[in-house]
Ligand binder design. Structure first.
Ligand SMILES: C[S@@+](CC[C@H](N)C(=O)[O-])C[C@H]1O[C@@H](n2cnc3c(N)ncnc32)[C@H](O)[C@@H]1O
Length: 374
């Protein structure tokens, strides 16, 4: 028999369970959280509530699976220092751009200048690009515009901001159906029925509109974050494997959401950025990558990998520090992982995720494992 709403709610931490109306998408993706889409992030309001309950302003929080940097950004907003470890180069770039401090008038001048230059560029006769990936995934004009923008980037002080704008524009300008931007498998070359817009759509021919729009949007978001962050606090990004990274600080707590086994390929989802920017691809170091599957051997590798990363984090914590792990542990892997990592489960907070960032709707629950070093 299905449980009643009252029974269901009795098992939930309602302060950590927001409805779509209480927390609409634009609030979940406020300021720099939306500098670039990222499939698999948690929401800043969850991090805010956890920092508020378990840490204090001035503390130093660690996220060993930092992803797009939600923990780091929220830590700066809540008045904490933060360190993020992340194996994927694009995610590290994105985090550094989100958490850096800028001379805002100079940043504004640079972004507007780059945009104006690329709009007035004479591209000449557009030929298909030489690189196989670009040729397959972009219309010739879109590729030429993206490459022209890329060629300007090195000239600017805030080149990394332009790299993120280029990547976001490339994501939108790919030959992918509008409803399938997260993980398109094959290029969409002709007209198609678009489930998102409920009409016939055509693949994008040009990237200029995206470059212009995202340049302005990025500037507005960086300015908005500068108004709410604590300028005295710092975020550090370490591009490394969390199992092996050598920590050189003592942390007051961990807030993290580890990858889940066999679900998401964190390098592949930003392939266009790796291709355009020539970033170092370390996908073989991803724990639980979708490509590895969910065989018994893959699950054991996953348990060992997450346990090693958590144990490494524990070695850099002050005694008794909280380690908060956000998971949807439907395979019940975490009791063993925690034991191996030297963590004791203090409580398990269940939250109702009404709608994650992205298009997936429906019932979805996740747990916050509140743990401490043994
Ligand atoms: C669920 S995501 C974290 C998302 C993050 N909470 C956010 O809001 O953006 C897990 C992250 O772990 C990273 N990861 C996977 N294996 C790793 C490893 N060995 N060392 C460090 N990071 C790793 C993935 O690249 C991915 O970005």
């Amino acid at each position: 028999m299905a449980v009643t709403q009252d029974e269901l709610y009795a098992t939930l931490d309602l302060e950590l369970s927001w409805s779509e109306r209480e927390l609409p998408e634009r609030v979940r993706t406020k300021h720099v959280h939306r500098l670039h889409p990222y499939h698999g992030k948690f929401i800043p309001q969850l991090v805010e509530a956890l920092l508020d309950r378990y840490l204090a302003p001035g503390d130093h929080v660690l996220d060993p699976f930092a992803g797009s940097g939600t923990t780091l950004v929220q830590a700066l907003e809540s008045g904490l220092d933060a360190t993020g470890v992340e194996v994927a180069a694009f995610n590290c770039l994105l985090m550094r751009v989100k958490t850096a401090q800028y001379d805002l008038p100079e940043l504004g001048a640079e972004l507007r200048d780059a945009c104006a230059r690329v709009e007035s560029l004479e591209l000449g006769r557009v030929r298909p690009p030489r690189e196989a990936y670009l040729r397959e995934w972009f219309a010739p004009r879109a590729a030429a515009e993206l490459l022209a923008f890329r060629d300007l980037i090195e000239e600017y002080r805030y080149a990394d901001v332009l790299r993120v704008i280029l990547s976001r524009a490339a994501r939108s300008a790919r030959r992918a159906a509008h409803f399938d931007l997260e993980a398109p498998r094959v290029p969409q070359t002709g007209e198609y029925w678009c489930h998102k817009h409920r009409r016939l759509c055509r693949p994008v021919e040009s990237a200029l509109g995206f470059l212009r729009r995202y340049t302005l949007d990025t500037l507005a978001r960086v300015e908005e974050f500068a108004r709410v962050r604590d300028a005295e606090r710092e975020a550090r990004v370490l591009q490394a494997d969390a199992r092996e990274v050598a920590y050189d600080a003592v942390f007051d707590g961990v807030v993290t959401s580890p990858p889940y086994p066999g679900l998401i390929d964190y390098h592949e989802q930003h392939r266009y950025a790796y291709e355009l920017l020539g970033l170092d691809d370390r996908r073989e170091r991803e724990i639980g990558a979708a490509a590895a599957g969910t065989s018994l051997a893959a699950l054991e590798e996953y348990r060992a990998g997450i346990a090693a990363a958590l144990a490494n984090a524990v070695s850099a914590l002050r005694p008794g520090a909280p380690v908060l792990i956000v998971v949807n542990d439907r395979r019940d892997l975490y009791p063993e992982i925690l034991g191996r990592a030297g963590l004791r489960l203090e409580s398990r907070l269940r939250r109702h995720v009404n709608r994650r960032t992205g298009r997936r709707a429906g019932e979805y629950f996740e747990d916050v494992l509140v743990t401490r070093p043994v």
